[in-house]
Structures are given as structure tokens and as C-alpha cells.
Design a protein around this ligand. Structure first.
Ligand code: FAD
Ligand code: GLY
Length: 378
């Protein structure tokens, strides 16, 4: 690695870095991914894998067209990655049930239902009888249930690994335990100083998840970003309890996984990079999950974990060029939806790097320049 020159160096080997590497390598660029830990060892392997293009939004948002487009890419992507790497990303389209447990939540859910109905995306308000038919083990005294048939799911660790391997098959190089410490502009290229030596690249992509803001401070452009920790657990039941993902308005969700497993998530603790799993976090998730689905209490314990979501000041990701450095790109801040948004982010970033026009999706709301570069000092 030391002393080599690449077309593009990607800082951060999570799902965003992986998807970008895959798309660039497919376009025959010479790509390197530099990851300070193991590949996809942070948020990307902690995620529940929900493709919540509709469940995560209740009103107009610049992310909606991007989320819908990205969700629509999964069936073909699953096939492409399986063929290339042999990895099954576990794509399942059995929908999501978003549920309300209080009058206030019911009103909010109704508004969300009306928003999606107006836009013409499929949602269904279920009667108690319909709920019983769909999901007999779900609490029948819920105050409102909205079915979102197209919000499917995948296995986040498998998708993340598939991007790594697929990008390598197309020629990308990955270096683990390689932390980018500093970056310097040299005429028309960049010099990246890492704990393993120096590399050079024509273009750089900062895709370091929740750590991107810290890293960019070194380029004189500290973006308003903060970490949000999320804890999860996995349990196993004797027989399947649910078909669809169950998502309560208070942030608790239960995602049915292979082998009668249930992934139960997730807490939200802002402003910490500490990944320790707390008794309080897990017990509050379990309490809510047991109220939502009958039979969870008898499930077998498997494991717990936590990950750090990359959040931005205004809740929108950064997908664009550094305000002052040409060919330095930023792709981060996908917060709760980085898995869902990974396919489209890879394509958008590759198009930007190639300076291709992107008319289908308006990228201006995600511009790094949206704060007018006011925070940048260089
Ligand atoms: P990361 O996966 O964190 O990767 C960034 C990488 O950069 C890390 O590996 C880090 O080690 C590396 N890095 C940092 N600094 C440096 C440096 N200086 N040099 C080299 N490498 C560096 N999203 C969904 O769409 N659906 C879900 O169901 C979902 N569930 C979630 C559940 C939980 C509990 C959590 C925590 C998140 C969830 N998300 C979900 C969100 C999703 O996981 C994230 O948005 C996504 O993983 C972010 O990907 P990333 O590549 O930007 O970040
Ligand atoms: N999207 C689910 C989570 O971030 O917990």
C-alpha cells in the first residue's frame, strides 16, 4: 500500500464506503478503501437491516425520493451480489406493520398514513380482524396499525460484507487497521497519511460514518455531526412468531430474521461513542417487545450489541464535494437509514466523482455547501 497512487481513496470501510467502492470499481476506477478497524465493524454491522423508505418518513422530506429509489434497487442488487460473491443478503419483502399504542401515536400514524396515500405509495390501515389474520401473535389491543407492504428487510452484516467482496472482485483494494490520520493537498492530488504509511489519490471520499466530522476538522471543515448510539438484541423462538417487521412509534421494532430469530431494537442515546450495552437499554427494549408480540418472553437469549449512528445537525446526510477542496468528497450522515440508502449513495457518489449530471435526484439539500461553507476556515 505504502507509496501507491489511486484514482480514488475512500476513508471508512462501512456500508457507505463499501457501496461507493463497489460502484467505482465496477466503473474500472483504481480504488482503495482505508479502514481503521475491521471492515464493516461499526454501525453497518449493528443495523437491523430494515428498508424503511416509508416507515421512517411521515411528511415531505428531501430524502423521500432517494429512499424510495434506493429501496427499489434491492431485488436486482441482491441477485447481482449473490451471483458475484455467493453471499445471500437475505432480502425479504414481507412488509412492515407500524403500530400505535396511545391516542397520540394513533393520530401521528394516521397522518403518516394520509401522507403516503396522497403520494400514491401503498399503505393499508388494518382493522383488528385484518391484524389477526396478518399477525395473530401481535397484541390485538393496539390503537392503530398501518401495513407498509414494500418496506422489506435484508441482513445488514451480509449486505455490508457483500459490498466489500464484490468491490474486491471488481479490483478495489481494502486495507484494514489502517487509520487515516491526516490529508494534504499536493497540486492535483491528495496525500493521505495513515498509521501504515502514505498513499496518494486523485480524489478522496470521506465516508467515516459518525467519525467523519472529527476527521474533517483536520481539513478546516468541521461539519455539524453527532453520534447516536443504538442498542439491540437477538433472541430465538421455537416457532416463527411474526412474518412482517413490527415497528412501534416509540422507536422499538422487532424484525423477524432467519432461523426463527427476532432482532429487537433499538435505543437512541445521542452524543456518545461508547458502545457499551446497558441493562436499562436492553430491559426497556424487552419490556416493549413483550407487550407487542406474544411469545417473546419465552424466547431463547442469543446476544446483544450496540452501534453508533452518524447524525447531522439538520438530519440530512452530506453527499457532495468539500466546500474548498476540489475532488474531496463527503458521503456521511445517513443516521437511521444508511443500509436503506447504501445502493443509491454508491451510484450518486460515483456519478459525482465522474462529474456526471444527476437529474433524477436533487442533490442540493445534501450539499456540504448548504451551510454556505460558513463553518469552514480554509
Ligand atoms: P460505519 O458503518 O460506522 O462505517 C464508518 C467506518 O469508518 C467505520 O468502520 C470506522 O471504523 C471507519 N473510520 C472512522 N474514522 C476513520 C479514519 N480516520 N480512518 C479510517 N477509517 C475510519 N439503517 C437502515 O437503513 N436500516 C436499519 O434497520 C438500521 N438499523 C440500525 C440499527 C442500529 C442499532 C444502528 C446503530 C444503526 C442502524 N441503521 C439502520 C443505520 C445504519 O447502520 C448507518 O446509517 C450506516 O451503517 C452508516 O454507515 P457508514 O458506512 O456511514 O458508517
Ligand atoms: N433504522 C433503525 C435504527 O436506526 O435503529
Amino acid at each position: 500500500m505504502n507509496g501507491r497512487h489511486y484514482d480514488v481513496a475512500i476513508i471508512g470501510g462501512g456500508i457507505i464506503g463499501g457501496s461507493i467502492a463497489f460502484e467505482l470499481a465496477k466503473r474500472r476506477m483504481k480504488v482503495v478503501v482505508l479502514e481503521k478497524d475491521r471492515a464493516v465493524s461499526q454501525a453497518s454491522s449493528a443495523a437491523a437491516g430494515m428498508l424503511g423508505a416509508q416507515s421512517e418518513f411521515s411528511s415531505e422530506n428531501p430524502l423521500v425520493p432517494m429512499a424510495l429509489k434506493s429501496r427499489s434497487m434491492f431485488p436486482k442488487l441482491a441477485e447481482e451480489l449473490k451471483e458475484l460473491t455467493g453471499i445471500d443478503i437475505g432480502y425479504i419483502e414481507k412488509g412492515m406493520l407500524k403500530v400505535a399504542t396511545t391516542d397520540e401515536e394513533r393520530m401521528a400514524l394516521k397522518q403518516q398514513y394520509e401522507f403516503w396515500t396522497k403520494i400514491g405509495q401503498p399503505v393499508q390501515w388494518l382493522s383488528p380482524d385484518e391484524l389477526r389474520q396478518h399477525e395473530p401473535n401481535v397484541n390485538q389491543s393496539l390503537l392503530g396499525v398501518m401495513y407498509i407492504p414494500r418496506d422489506g428487510q435484508i441482513s445488514a452484516p451480509h449486505l455490508s460484507q457483500a459490498f466489500v467482496q464484490a468491490s474486491m472482485i471488481h479490483g478495489a483494494e481494502w486495507y484494514e487497521f489502517t487509520e487515516v490520520i491526516d490529508i494534504k493537498r499536493e497540486e492535483d492530488s491528495y496525500k493521505l497519511l495513515t498509521n501504515q504509511g502514505i498513499i496518494r489519490a486523485e480524489a478522496v471520499v470521506a465516508a467515516a460514518g459518525a467519525w467523519t466530522g472529527l476527521f474533517l476538522e483536520k481539513t478546516g471543515c468541521p461539519l455539524p455531526m453527532f453520534p447516536v448510539k443504538g442498542e439491540c438484541l437477538l433472541v430465538k423462538t421455537a416457532k416463527p412468531l411474526i412474518q412482517a417487521t413490527i415497528f412501534a412509534k416509540n422507536g422499538c421494532y422487532i424484525v423477524p430474521k432467519k432461523g426463527n430469530r427476532l432482532l429487537i431494537g433499538a435505543t437512541s442515546t445521542p452524543n456518545t461513542f461508547d458502545k457499551k450495552v446497558t441493562v436499562h437499554g436492553i430491559s426497556s427494549l424487552l419490556e416493549r417487545a413483550m407487550q407487542l408480540v406474544q411469545g417473546v418472553g419465552g424466547a431463547e437469549w442469543e446476544r446483544t450489541w450496540a452501534g453508533i449512528r452518524p447524525q447531522t445537525g439538520d438530519g440530512l446526510p452530506y453527499i457532495g464535494e468539500h466546500p474548498h477542496y476540489r475532488n474531496m468528497w463527503i458521503a456521511t450522515g445517513h443516521y437511521r437509514n444508511g443500509i436503506l440508502l447504501s445502493p443509491i449513495t454508491g451510484i450518486l457518489m460515483a456519478d459525482l466523482i465522474e462529474r456526471r449530471d444527476h437529474r433524477e435526484i436533487d442533490l442540493s439539500p445534501f450539499s456540504v455547501k448548504r451551510h454556505n461553507g460558513a463553518t469552514c476556515t480554509t
